[in-house]
Design a protein around this ligand. Sequence first.
Ligand code: HEM
Ligand SMILES: *[C@@H]1O[C@H](CO)[C@@H](O)[C@H](O)[C@H]1NC(C)=O
Ligand SMILES: *[C@@H]1O[C@H](CO)[C@@H](O)[C@H](O)[C@H]1NC(C)=O
Ligand SMILES: *[C@@H]1O[C@H](CO)[C@@H](O)[C@H](O)[C@H]1NC(C)=O
Ligand SMILES: *[C@@H]1O[C@H](CO)[C@@H](O)[C@H](O)[C@H]1NC(C)=O
Length: 382
Amino acid sequence: MARFASFVVLAISLASSVAAVPAHIPLAGMPVAKRDALIETLRAVKPEAPPPPLAFNGTKLVNDAAHPWKPLRKGDQRGPCPGLNTLASHGYLPRNGIITPAQLLNAVQEGYNAETILARRFTYAAILADGNLVTNLLSIGQKSPLTGPDPDAPATIGGLVNHGPFEGDASMTRNDAFFGDNFSFNETLWEELVDTANKFGAGKYNYTVAGELRYRRIQDSIANNPTFEFRNNRYFAAYTETLLTANLFLDGRSTDGQLDLKDARSFFADMRMPDDFHRAPRPLAAEGTDYIVNLHPFSPGYNKDGVNSFTLDPESASWTNDPMGCKLYKWYVEQVVVPAYPEPKGVLKRNLNLNLQYYYDTFAGCEQLFPYGKPEKDDDDN
Ligand code: HEM
Ligand SMILES: *[C@@H]1O[C@H](CO)[C@@H](O)[C@H](O)[C@H]1NC(C)=O
Ligand SMILES: *[C@@H]1O[C@H](CO)[C@@H](O)[C@H](O)[C@H]1NC(C)=O
Ligand SMILES: *[C@@H]1O[C@H](CO)[C@@H](O)[C@H](O)[C@H]1NC(C)=O
Ligand SMILES: *[C@@H]1O[C@H](CO)[C@@H](O)[C@H](O)[C@H]1NC(C)=O
């Protein structure tokens, strides 16, 4: 009887906690028993193969009648990425901000002409760390209001806003998580961007401004954030994001590489493409990396012991020690993905393997890792 009663209590508490959980809740880091009980209640979806590169990869009007900007509705999720926020506010992504990897890839290619390999690398890194691998859903945004004070729940239920391998420190217009809100547009930081553009770009944003601002934001975090982390995925992404700004927020008909700050602000602050915006003239992503890295060579590390204690970490992948990305790939699989999903089985294991495969496909020439053993052919069909 006692056993039966406790079973009923368990079943009820599971049912009630499950009812409050949205289908995009990240599974990373969830205790195994809770996670596996939750998975039973989710509709499992097999991830589609990543969509191919664009057939037509030139510039065209993308702020068009079929993709009007609309203001946020209650519950729409937006996060730290101005690129994705804007795509959702124009309907290239579902306007509620809950998306699948294939939707994400179609949207960044169609809306910005983002280069396929880098887009895939970002997308599968994101779903693996911040998405729900069973439902195949990811929030581009913020903490959901739905979680109660459940001690077993992950710290935030959100998606991309989760502070971790992706959302990180020394962003251009968002604060470090240490200071609280780590994903909203911040006016003070925007003013720093404007100041940097005035000093180094004659009032425009270009590669020189990108390199100077990247360095300045790193110095800010070293001096003010005792928990400053700047290694591996975050290290690379931080540089790349300053270049996505220069390359993909620039109108595709422009040939001078100088981004107007009014247009930049439209993306960063208003999640809105400028009127008549045309996407990039060819697939682009991190072009300009050599230029900005050489402007202020800087190695990965972290504040080891409070502010101003920046310590290099030679173990971290960097522009100099990892030109092919193999160290980054290994780190991501072994240090981010594997610890996040202990003892995966069934559909979780199948979808982990599929997403890991799609992530690996962006690291041509690196040794592939199979942390769960080589998937068997049948795994694909369950
Ligand atoms: C392909 C999938 C993408 C994913 C998963 C993604 C995800 C993210 C994430 C998690 C951040 C926050 C990092 C931080 O802490 O600063 C971020 C920042 C950023 N993303 Fe994206 N992004 C993607 C594509 C793009 C594209 C195509 C663009 C440009 C058109 C873009 C522009 C930016 C910029 C400029 C930032 C930096 C914001 C700042 O520092 O203030 N992203 N992205
Ligand atoms: C763009 O499309 C053209 C024509 O199909 C193709 O030759 C070229 O390789 C594509 N560029 C990229 C970077 O995919
Ligand atoms: C990031 O910001 C959100 C919203 O303010 C907050 O709930 C979350 O705790 C922050 N993450 C960290 C690690 O501080
Ligand atoms: C914006 O960032 C600055 C500099 O880090 C900080 O002092 C300020 O409190 C932030 N503003 C908001 C509204 O979070
Ligand atoms: C950025 O703009 C400044 C001022 O016009 C110019 O001196 C610099 O060469 C530009 N940098 C690039 C990479 O275009």
